[in-house]
Design a protein around this ligand. Structure first.
Ligand code: UD1
Ligand code: MG
Length: 245
């Protein structure tokens, strides 16, 4: 048996969160009485992440004040999710375990899910993606899988064909990646897509092209619900209360 590799986390929070309609940074809005980001940090402490790097942009002074001890990487321009993770490269120099990529505005990923994703990265599986089956798929990337269930690529809604849009299995955005492969793949990601952005999701096809397998882990919709507006935050709070009751 080989030892479990160490885990480092990159938490993306460079988005302005303008749809919150509030001067408070999105990830600092309270959920269950605590900043959204605090929920993720708690789970990362429990999984004993060796390092947690928060990728910040607009409004980073607020995050610095609220979480002064957390290492931050600055993404000055929002050029896409791949570009955001690239900002953390310096902070992760020398790290060779498993990198867990999370979104600051998707705060309810459980410890068990984080563990399952990281455990899936082993042997010839260099990457594991957290998928889910949302009621409305329109805002999400689709997970294109092979007959054996392994992931071939992720296609964003705006780039997808009609056939691909019919796929119900979607990308939550959360993934675990072999630390020694992550940055070389990110360096190969281009921006020839509908949004002209550097998509993190493109590393799936790159991993396949390099001969690795890509696994998926499935989560329930509540766990991977993202927050974009105060209405969504209130709805999530309500669903959480129902789930507990
Ligand atoms: C992304 C995924 C999509 C997935 C969805 C889940 C890509 C290309 N697409 O799409 O497959 O279904 O999330 O919600 O990854 N961010 C930065 N810097 C950037 C861009 C984004 O920090 O330059 C952060 C945002 O603050 C946010 C997260 O990354 O926390 C996701 O960004 P967003 O623009 O919402 O991605 P989607 O288009 O929703
Ligand atoms: Mg989004």
């Amino acid at each position: 048996m080989t030892a479990t590799p160490p885990i480092a986390a990159v938490v993306l929070a460079a988005g302005k969160g303008s749809r919150m309609g509030s001067p408070l940074h999105k990830v600092l809005h309270p959920l269950k009485g605590r900043p959204m980001l605090a929920h993720l940090l708690d789970s990362l402490a429990q999984i004993a992440a060796e390092k947690v790097v928060l990728v910040v942009g607009a409004g980073r002074e607020q995050i610095e004040e609220a979480f002064p001890a957390l290492p931050k990487a600055i993404q000055r321009e929002q050029l896409g999710t791949a570009h955001a993770v690239q900002a953390a490269e310096g902070e992760l120099a020398g790290f060779s375990g498993t990198v867990l990529i999370l979104y600051g505005d998707v705060p309810l990923i459980t410890l068990d899910t984080m563990r399952a994703l990281c455990a899936a990265v082993s042997g010839d599986v260099a990457l594991a993606v957290l998928g889910f089956r949302p009621t409305d798929t329109r805002a999400y990337g689709r997970l294109v899988t092979a007959a054996d269930g392994s992931l071939l690529r992720i296609v964003e809604h705006s780039d997808a064909s009609e056939t691909e849009r019919a796929i119900g299995f979607c990308n939550s955005g959360v993934m675990a990646v072999r630390g020694d492969r992550l940055f070389p793949w990110l360096a190969r990601v281009g921006c020839a897509n509908a949004k002209g952005e550097y998509y993190l999701t493109d590393i799936v096809a790159l991993a396949r092209a390099d001969g690795y397998r890509v696994a998926t882990v499935e989560a329930g919709e509540l766990e991977v619900t993202g927050v974009n507006s105060r209405e969504e935050l209130a709805a999530l709070e309500e669903k959480l209360a129902e789930a507990v009751a």
